[in-house]
Structures are given as structure tokens and as C-alpha cells.
Design a protein around this ligand. Structure first.
Ligand SMILES: Cc1cc2nc3c(=O)[nH]c(=O)nc-3n(C[C@H](O)[C@H](O)[C@H](O)COP(=O)(O)O)c2cc1C
Length: 365
């Protein structure tokens, strides 16, 4: 997918480094402006207003790539229609001991157990304030410190802190790497969390002048009943949308079983099927109109279009960049535009959910 020789060379060089070092080098290169620019105004068919925001195209950078908001503008410059920074926690924290990021090249997968390593609210706030006038859609993904006495309070603090700067919020209760975090997806806990988060959003909005949309990011490892409870809570609290999904604890179908034995969340191609089935089931539960960001294993132009047809309003990716480099962004946008034209459609909404029943009916092993 890296069309240029320089791009292929850069990707091979990065793969000589351990995965976390390679990520650090990538962030520094982007921060220094060393990346190919792309004019993303080229596809009127891919523009959408979602969550009240004008998305130039549907493809965003998923959370975790830029945890500290160092390269949001570079990410947008690569052609992404939006960037999501974080997960950010109130206090800085180191995360789990290294190594904590593993490539599975034979499966085009990634396992991480970072555990919300990040510089904390204040550092992110300063960076977002510094870029405030540059525009673009930049979402803030909020989480809780590992040793927080009151996790709900940590999410609420995130909403309060970034209400004046975030294009949208993601409430991340689906990382598998903070012990007990996914328990917040259970019915009563989720009810309490969403009541507090939405109340703070409404309070903070009266100062910020606009209601910042709040999205809930869920795991792909939820039962049917669990998913029904989530959909009900989202409706009850008027949550603005969902992100489906985070990484999986499943190791189904991996050929690299040795690396697959590493603890952590699996992403990339091995996640695609599971995440897409959960996406389609979620779409059927919440109805045709609630915005859903489809994420998990998008690593080709065709996979991106498939996510739309399974019910996604918008898309995100991360892991595929490790294997395919940033040229994948352009390839996906070109393909989406061409595929719409080929089918005689004028916009993405017309393609959304056309295969939702088939995907929702697939069995999860
Ligand atoms: C190294 C790494 C770190 C991640 N960190 C976060 C994070 O901090 N917060 C979050 O909500 N998701 C995080 N994710 C999950 C991604 O945002 C995404 O949901 C998941 O990787 C599936 O997409 P992909 O298959 O395109 O990577 C992380 C993923 C990876 C690979």
C-alpha cells in the first residue's frame, strides 16, 4: 500500500525496531512535519454532517495512536477526516511494564497492554489550546486512572476539562488493560456513569456554548444481553453515538499462537469479523440513525466499505497503519468514492447498513 519507495523504506526501517520504539519514532516524525500531505477536499461524495460536525470524509484515526495530542494536525494532514486523541486520564500514569506492544505480522494483528500510559489532563489541555485555531475535528477520548478511588468522577473530570476544546467526547469503558474497567459496561454501573457524564456535559455546555457530543466506546466481547443493556442505556441517557469497537480478548483464528499468548487487547485484521458482527448487531438495536463509528480491523479499501454496509456512519483505524503505512488512507478514500459511483449512489448514507442483516446474523465463535 505504500506506493512510494521512500514510504516502503520507512516502513521496513520501522519494523526493525521494537513496536513501541517504532511508534515513538512515528510520532516524532509526524510532529516534525515529515509526512506526505493529502488534499481531503477532493471527495464531495464522502462529506457528511454527523453529530452536528462537518466531516470532510468518514475515516478517522482511532484512539491510542496519539494519546497525548501531540500530532492531531499531522494526522489530519495525512488525509484523515478526523482525529481522536487519548485515552487521557486525569493524572499522568506510566501504564504497564514494557514490553507491552506486540506485532503479529503473520496475522496482520497487534496486541497491546499499554494500560493508559499518558501525560494526563493538563498536558493534553495545553496542546489542544495551542492548536485551538487550526480547526479540524478532534475528539477527546476520556478514561479513568488505574488507582482512581471514584472512576465515574475521573470521566466527569475529563468532560469538564475539555468541554471547550473537544469536537466530541469518547467515553472509553472498553479497554481490557485497566483491571475492572470493562465492568462499567454492566447495566447498573453504566446507568450511573452515563447519568453523571451526560449531566456534566449539559452543565459544561452552558459555558462552552455548544453541546459537545458524547460517544460511548464499547468492547467486542459483549454478550447479546450485554449489548441490549448497552443500547438501552444509550437511549435512556440520550448518548449521541457509539464507537464499535475496542480491542478483543479473543484469540480466535490466530496463526501466531506464541505471540497470541501475550496478555492484552488484539486489534487489526483478526478483529475485523468480530467487530463487524457486533457493529451490525448494535446498529439493529439502536436503529438506523444513531451515529456509530465502525472500527476494528479495517486494513483495506474493501474492508472500509464493508464496515459502512454493516452499519457504520463513520470509520476509524489504527493497527493497519503498522503494516500498510499512511498511503492506506488515500486508497480507502479513493475506493469509497469509486464504489459509491459504481453502485449509482451519491453519498455514504445510501450505502450504510445495506448488509446489516447478513452481518448481524453471522455467528461469533
Ligand atoms: C497500541 C494501541 C493502543 C490503543 N490505545 C487505545 C486507547 O488508549 N483508547 C482507546 O479507546 N482505544 C485504544 N486502542 C484501540 C483502538 O482505538 C481501536 O479501537 C482498535 O485498535 C481496533 O481498531 P484497529 O483494528 O484498526 O486497530 C488502542 C489500540 C492499539 C493497537
Amino acid at each position: 500500500m505504500m506506493s512510494s519507495f521512500a514510504g516502503r523504506l520507512a516502513l521496513s526501517a520501522l519494523h526493525c525496531l521494537d513496536a513501541e520504539t517504532a511508534h515513538g519514532v512515528t510520532i516524532r516524525a509526524l510532529a516534525a512535519g515529515l509526512y506526505p500531505r493529502f488534499d481531503n477536499a477532493r471527495f464531495p461524495s464522502l462529506e457528511q454532517t454527523v453529530l452536528g460536525l462537518p466531516f470532510p470524509n468518514p475515516l478517522g484515526m482511532a484512539a491510542g495512536f496519539d494519546k497525548n495530542g501531540e500530532v492531531a494536525d499531522a494526522v489530519l494532514g495525512l488525509g484523515f477526516g478526523f482525529a481522536e486523541v487519548g485515552t487521557v486520564t486525569p493524572l499522568p500514569q506510566a501504564g504497564n511494564p514494557k514490553p507491552r506492544l506486540f506485532r503479529l505480522p503473520a496475522d496482520l494483528g497487534v496486541i497491546n497492554r499499554f494500560g493508559f500510559n499518558n501525560e494526563g489532563h493538563d498536558a493534553l489541555l495545553a496542546r489542544l489550546e495551542a492548536r485551538r485555531k487550526r480547526g479540524g475535528i478532534v475528539g477527546v477520548n476520556v478514561g479513568a486512572n488505574k488507582d482512581a478511588a471514584d472512576r465515574v468522577a475521573d470521566y466527569v473530570a475529563g468532560i469538564r476539562k475539555f468541554a471547550g476544546l473537544a469536537s466530541y467526547f469518547t467515553v472509553n469503558i472498553s479497554s481490557p488493560n485497566t483491571p475492572g474497567l470493562r465492568d462499567l459496561q454492566a447495566k447498573e454501573a453504566l446507568d450511573e456513569l452515563l447519568a453523571a457524564v451526560m449531566a456534566e456535559r449539559d452543565r459544561a455546555s452552558s459555558n462552552a456554548g455548544r453541546k459537545v457530543p458524547v460517544l460511548l466506546k464499547i468492547a467486542p466481547d459483549v454478550s447479546s444481553e450485554g449489548l441490549e443493556d448497552i443500547a438501552e442505556a444509550v437511549g435512556k441517557h440520550s448518548v449521541d453515538g457509539l464507537i464499535v469497537s475496542n480491542t478483543t480478548l479473543s484469540r480466535q483464528g490466530l496463526s501466531d499462537t506464541a505471540t497470541g499468548a501475550q496478555a492484552g487487547g488484539l486489534s487489526g485484521r483478526p478483529l475485523f469479523r468480530r467487530a463487524t458482527i457486533i457493529l451490525a448487531r448494535t446498529r439493529k438495536l439502536v436503529g438506523p440513525d444513531l451515529p456509530i463509528i465502525g472500527v476494528g480491523g479495517i486494513d483495506s479499501p474493501e474492508a472500509a466499505f464493508t464496515k459502512i454496509t454493516a452499519g457504520a456512519t463513520l470509520l476509524q483505524l489504527y493497527s493497519a497503519l503498522v503494516y500498510k503505512g499512511p498511503d492506506l488512507v488515500h486508497a480507502i478514500l479513493n475506493h469509497l468514492d469509486r464504489e459509491l459511483k459504481r453502485r449509482g449512489l451519491t453519498n455514504l448514507a445510501e450505502a450504510r447498513s445495506v448488509n446489516v442483516d447478513a452481518w448481524a446474523g453471522e455467528t461469533l465463535d
